[in-house]
Design a protein. Structure first.
Length: 315
């Protein structure tokens, strides 16, 4: 059983050895396991070695990171605040080791870009073009939901994200790329299809299908609530093709952002802008505020991506 600390003694920075990646891995393993024995097994070290590593971090920081009891270990408030930083540092280090191997093998720096699905086609074209121009860069591109992408950006798993502006993201910088308006999708012979634009209130009495989750669902749900509208309880969709199929059949009218209609066969449907209120998603390029220090090549790429994406996503 490790000794119960009353308080770690702070030490002058000049006398304190820097925290190592190994010690950070000890800390995250113990935070996850909640038990010294299980954490030591996971890290393939002795329990005293793990305990010593944790103590060294606490002495370096001058704060207690864990509350110890006979059978359980839990994070203190300071430990909980330190955990996301430790995870980000470890992810950044893991990426750096991969990048160094890639640079050594192929002479290229790795830049990891994440994008919401509706942006990926445009992002892929730009990445393909830049890949031909930037011989010293290896691009990685992945899609995902907005919250997950921003989470990966904060932890260092991604360098750049093209997503949707939501709540203020501390530690991230954001640049506006485009505004994506919400459209009504109906058959071409539908009574609502004759107008150049429509207020949301015109949907009263209609079976309305939209994407319930994510930023799109939040925006469309808010607009419907403002106009005393409710989504259909008979028809629910999570894919663009499904929404277009229901709308083109006349079973329901659909609501989705204009960007989702690019490249789709819309010959059978009418797309009408919804106004009053005019709901638009703000598409942003996000990166960590310290990206210039962490990954100068990725930071420089942002200056190329912003105008390229603006041109490709202009709506």
């Amino acid at each position: 059983m490790p000794e119960i600390l009353t308080a770690p003694a702070s030490r002058p920075a000049a006398r304190t050895q820097a925290i190592s990646l190994r010690q950070l891995r000890f800390f995250t393993a113990l935070a996850d396991a909640g038990n010294f024995s299980r954490a030591a097994e996971r890290m393939i070290v002795s329990q005293p070695a793990l305990s010593a590593g944790i103590r060294q971090i606490e002495e370096h920081l001058g704060v207690r990171l864990f509350d110890r009891s006979t059978h359980h270990v839990s994070l203190t408030d300071a430990g909980a605040a330190f955990l996301p930083h430790a995870l980000r540092l470890l992810k950044t280090a893991d990426n750096a080791f991969v990048d160094m191997s890639d640079v050594a093998a192929r002479g290229k720096a790795v830049i990891r870009i994440g994008a919401i699905p509706s942006v990926v086609p445009a992002a892929a074209e730009i990445v393909a073009r830049l890949g031909g121009q930037c011989d010293d860069v290896s691009f990685h591109l992945s899609d995902g939901k907005n919250d997950a992408l921003l989470g990966n950006l904060r932890t260092g798993a991604l360098d750049i994200v093209v997503g949707v502006l939501g709540r203020t993201e501390e530690g991230l910088e954001a640049t506006l790329i485009a505004e994506d308006e919400m459209l009504l999708v109906t058959p071409k012979d539908h009574p609502l299809a004759a107008s150049a634009s429509l207020p949301w209130s015109a949907l009263e009495g209609s079976e309305i299908v939209h994407f319930v989750g994510g930023s799109i669902g939040e925006l469309s749900s808010a607009a419907m609530r403002q106009n005393n509208l409710s989504p259909s309880t008979r028809y629910k969709v999570d894919q663009v093709g499904s929404l277009l199929g229901l709308a083109s059949s006349g079973l329901a009218v659909g609501v989705l952002p204009r960007l989702y209609t690019r490249g789709l066969d819309t010959d059978r449907v009418r797309l009408t802008p919804l106004t009053h209120p005019a709901i638009k998603r703000k598409l942003m390029l996000f990166h960590r505020a310290k990206l210039r220090e962490e990954h100068p090549r990725a930071a420089a790429l942002c200056a190329l991506l912003v105008p390229a994406l603006r041109g490709a996503l202009a709506v």
